[in-house]
Design a binder for this molecule. Structure first.
Ligand code: AP5
Ligand code: MG
Length: 216
């Protein structure tokens, strides 16, 4: 199963991707996570990406296309993968098609998570994650079972993303509507698009996503 999770910042791509990983055992390929790891590791790519990400703009197509192409060649992607936050420009979408064709792979489905802007801003403003394992929480919608302790790994250290501030979020939304939303029509025209009401609570969204995946 090879799927794309498409949606604006804060739509729940990462949240739903994690649940698909747990259920289907295929890896989550989040370009955002990969770029943040590169920034933290201080690699050449990370140095180039940091200022762009902090401004809510897009890292160059060449960089992300290369990162994803390499990642797909890893053995854990043999039975499929979830693309989270990639592709997000038409150039990246064409590159994805070419990449998969060259590797003899096909795309199963593109799942679009639809969420209103005000809710996106609210979600991103309340998001934090475990500094050790990356599990994602929300100030009101998803708190750890034991306050201050990560459900997954037991760490007591949490962090917030530098791009989760109101100014950068405004820029990220603008970039989404300009550069990424055209992909909705792109995949609709290819018969690959399925849309889900991402405004529902996390479990309902998961049910809708699973209903789509179970029919593949
Ligand atoms: P990236 O990391 O991909 O960020 P994004 O697309 O802005 O999306 P988010 O991760 O913010 O949101 P999400 O949809 O994963 O939501 P989540 O599940 O966490 O990209 C960051 C940056 O990297 C980009 O701006 C760009 O600079 C660069 N980049 C990345 N990919 C690139 C590419 N392909 N090309 C160029 N540049 C690229 O949920 C959000 C919050 O809401 C959480 O707190 C969660 O608990 C909560 N929540 C989730 N679902 C629900 C629900 N149903 N109800 C209530 N709360 C919910
Ligand atoms: Mg994410």
């Amino acid at each position: 199963m090879r799927l794309i999770l498409l949606g604006p910042p804060g739509a729940g791509k990462g949240t739903q991707a994690q649940r698909i990983v747990e259920k289907y055992g295929i890896p989550q390929l989040s370009t955002g996570d990969m770029l943040r790891a590169a920034v933290q590791a201080g690699t050449e790519v990370g140095k180039r990406a940091k200022a762009v990400m902090d401004a809510g703009k897009l890292v160059s197509d060449e960089i992300v296309n290369a990162i994803v192409s390499e990642r797909i060649d890893q053995p854990d992607c043999e039975n499929g993968f979830i693309l989270d936050g990639f592709p997000r420009t038409l150039v990246q979408a064409d590159a994805t098609e070419e990449m998969l064709r060259a590797k003899g792979l096909d795309l199963s489905v593109v799942i679009e998570l639809k969420v209103d802007d005000a809710e996106l801003v609210r979600r991103v403003a309340g998001r934090y994650s475990c500094a050790q394992c990356g599990s994602v929480y929300h100030d009101t919608d998803k708190r750890p079972v034991q306050e201050g302790v990560c459900d997954k790994c037991g760490s007591t250290h949490f962090k917030r993303r530098p791009d989760d501030n109101p100014e950068t979020m405004t820029a990220r939304l603008q970039v989404y509507y300009k550069e990424t939303s055209p992909l909705i029509g792109y995949y609709h025209a290819k018969g690959k698009l399925r849309s889900v009401d991402g405004m529902a609570d996390m479990d309902h969204v998961t049910q809708e996503v699973e209903a789509i995946l179970s029919k593949l």
